[in-house]
Design a protein. Structure first.
Length: 238
């Protein structure tokens, strides 16, 4: 089952160096996050790969195989002299094969240059782990992410970053557009309410004005009545 790279573990889980002529594993180093289960499965798969491919190994030979029961995949490559086989266990299923092969080539080259051909030809299994530990640890670190070594992966990562930023910007624009639509809708509602309020105010104002005129007319009629009654009464007593 293919699983993406863990957020807590580097892409390269382990490195190993084996001798081509007898498949003896001379050195093996795991990264600090490797579990016991990962180590056991890697060692088992490595032993099986070396045994099955022994008869077909040649200078520049390359191969890969999955590690059963895990997300790991083993990559192997024989050096140009077919002296040794460099092996890497990769966790990230998106890790470019060209970067893995570059790592293996560098491992084999560093081993030959630092230890010498004669020593690698005669060394007993496991005896190269200590002298090669620092070299292998450095490689584990420098190749922990493909973008550290591969320009294409670096460009792809930058493209993904830009795409992410663009998607965020588009999302913000859409959210802003939605907010503006909501604001416009609310503004239109407030405008309608204001118009209704103005119409109602005008109606109330007209009604009040008419009522005041009626009151004034009644008061005027009453005043005229009082004046007329007073004049009539004055004529009776003259």
């Amino acid at each position: 089952m293919a699983v993406g790279k863990s957020s807590e573990a580097d892409a390269v889980a382990f490195l190993a160096l084996a001798r081509s002529k007898d498949q003896a594993v001379l050195a093996m180093v795991f990264d600090s996050s490797a579990s016991k289960d990962e180590k056991a499965k890697c060692e088992k798969t490595l032993a099986s790969m070396l045994e099955l491919r022994a008869a077909t190994v040649y200078a520049g030979w390359k191969d890969s195989c999955p590690v059963d029961g895990s997300a790991l995949k083993l990559y192997a490559m024989a050096d140009s002299d077919n002296l040794c086989i460099a092996v890497a266990g990769i966790r990230d299923d998106a890790y470019p094969e060209r970067v893995a092969m570059k790592l293996l080539k560098e491992l084999a080259k560093n081993a030959k240059e630092s230890q010498g051909v004669e020593l690698l030809e005669e060394a007993r299994p496991g005896t190269m782990t200590k002298p090669l530990r620092n070299t292998m640890k450095d490689l584990l670190s420098s190749y922990s992410s493909a973008t550290k070594q591969d320009k294409t992966s670096e460009v792809n990562a930058k493209v993904d970053d830009v795409k992410g930023i663009m998607q965020d910007n588009i999302k913000k624009v859409l959210e802003t557009h939605t907010s503006l639509d909501e604001l416009q809708s609310k503004s239109q509602g407030m405008s309608s309410n204001a118009n209704a309020f103005l119409k109602q105010s005008e109606t109330l104002k007209s009604q009040a004005l008419w009522r005041n005129r009626k009151i004034q007319a009644i008061m005027g009629a009453c005043g005229l009545g009082v004046v007329g009654y007073g004049a009539y009464a004055a004529g009776l007593f003259a």
